[in-house]
Design a protein around this ligand. Structure first.
Ligand code: NAP
Length: 250
């Protein structure tokens, strides 16, 4: 069980990451708030964490950049102390495209951010939390997506592939470190009302997708965060390699 109450949440300046940071503070975690660009928004989230009486720092780093990732974890070590948990939340989508329209540059960005970023952060977390490395144990939660199950044809098959790989990574890493005090799980959100859709020019399409969701509405970031916090908590002590759907039934 993690003895440290320090969690690093990547991509926590807005959306699901920010909601997770706020709920983590309410549940007694100190929070390292990562972002790549919008440090003002990340600082506002850090202030909300501090308002709950917990410590918070902002760590700016591109998770796709190995040197920036190692520097980020070193900053957490120095400023907050031993890491107890990682939420691999930072992720990107792209504009709608068929495979026969996708550039290598697009694919490279997708793999580097969504895949290499998650693996590099998990590597640094395992090096700190695994009993094999002298750590006290801990928990990792990866953000997958319901897209992993539907393939997203004509939209972003590359994104769906990256999230299917996150599911695979979750199961594999969970088994790799299962005897080392580190649990690894994933949350698979459905269509959640955040800015990620506008970032890919999908806002109008999302607004017209409600009929695809059995509950008939988008989810909110605040409805995803509790699943993440439960997986981080001692209540999930025997849960590893699990993937929880938060999709409104989709
Ligand atoms: P969002 O609102 O677009 O926020 C993305 C966050 O990731 C921001 O804090 C952004 O930082 C950060 N980020 C982007 N690229 C980064 C990088 N290279 N390095 C570090 N941070 C980076 O996204 P969201 O909707 O909350 O989604 C969060 C996660 O849930 C993603 O992995 C996404 O794929 C997954 N998900 C979302 C949905 C949904 O419907 N929203 C559904 C399924 C899965 P800046 O502010 O600095 O740019």
């Amino acid at each position: 069980m993690p003895t440290s109450r320090v969690v690093l949440i990547t991509g926590a300046s807005r959306g699901i990451g920010a909601a997770t940071a706020r709920l983590a503070a309410q549940r007694g975690w100190d929070v390292a708030v990562n972002c790549v660009r919008d440090t003002a928004a990340a600082e506002a989230v850090a202030q909300q964490v501090r308002a709950h009486g917990r410590r918070a720092i902002v760590v700016q780093a591109d998770v796709a950049d190995e040197a920036q990732v190692t520097a980020m974890f070193a900053a957490v070590d120095t400023q907050l102390g031993p890491l107890g948990a990682l939420v691999n939340n930072a992720g990107v989508i792209d504009v709608a495209a068929r495979v026969d329209e996708m550039s290598a540059a697009r694919l490279d960005r997708m793999w580097r951010t969504n895949l290499s970023g998650s693996l590099l952060c998990a590597r640094e977390a395992v090096r700190r939390m695994s009993t094999r490395h002298g750590g006290q144990g801990g928990a990792i939660v990866n953000l997958s997506s319901g897209a992993a199950r539907v393939g997203s044809p004509g939209l972003y098959l590359d994104y769906s592939m990256s999230k299917a790989a996150i599911d695979h990574f979750t199961v594999g890493l969970a088994r790799e470190v299962a005897t080392e005090g580190v649990r690894v799980n994933a949350v698979r959100p459905g269509i959640i009302d955040t800015e990620i859709h506008a970032s890919g020019g999908h806002a109008a399409r999302v607004a017209q997708s409600l009929h695809l969701i059995p509950m008939g509405r988008l989810g909110t970031a605040d409805e995803v965060a509790p699943a993440i916090l439960w997986l981080l908590s001692d209540e999930a002590a025997y849960t590893t390699g699990a993937i929880i759907d938060v999709t409104g039934g989709r």
